[in-house]
Design a protein. Structure first.
Length: 127
């Protein structure tokens, strides 16, 4: 199904909110696919019962894996090599109107990113 999606990021360490994008997307209940503008990366978000993944394919390939009951991993693959970090899911909500995911990125057991991502969905009416 085609939908309109608005992605908002809330950086909880610095208490800053920003809209990252507003675009059309493909949505099937568990998977969301969209692009960053005309020449941007391709995103795929999977929201399952005990697993959430965010993947961005562009010049730099990023994949974040979050588990409901254990720590996950973030992988950044660039021309300079691969970098791995630990991830931790704090809270997640899934319903027909939105998805919300709060998570942390850790380096040497120190939280270096704590953010909440919020995808708001609006159906696209067929003309």
């Amino acid at each position: 199904m085609r939908i309109s999606v608005k992605l908002t990021q809330h950086d909880l360490l610095e208490d800053k909110k920003q809209i990252l994008l507003e675009t059309n997307a493909l949505y099937d209940g568990n998977t969301l696919r969209y692009c960053e503008g005309d020449n941007g990366g391709v995103h795929q978000v999977y929201f399952g019962d005990d697993l959430i993944t965010f993947e961005r394919k562009a010049d730099v390939h990023t994949k974040i894996t979050l588990y409901d009951n254990k720590d996950g991993e973030s992988t950044v693959d660039s021309q300079y090599g691969k970098m791995y970090m630990q991830t931790r899911l704090c809270h997640a909500e899934k319903c027909d109107e939105y998805w919300s995911v709060e998570y942390q990125l850790l380096s040497n057991d120190e939280v270096i990113l704590h953010q909440k991502l919020y995808w708001e969905f609006t159906p696209i009416k067929n003309i």
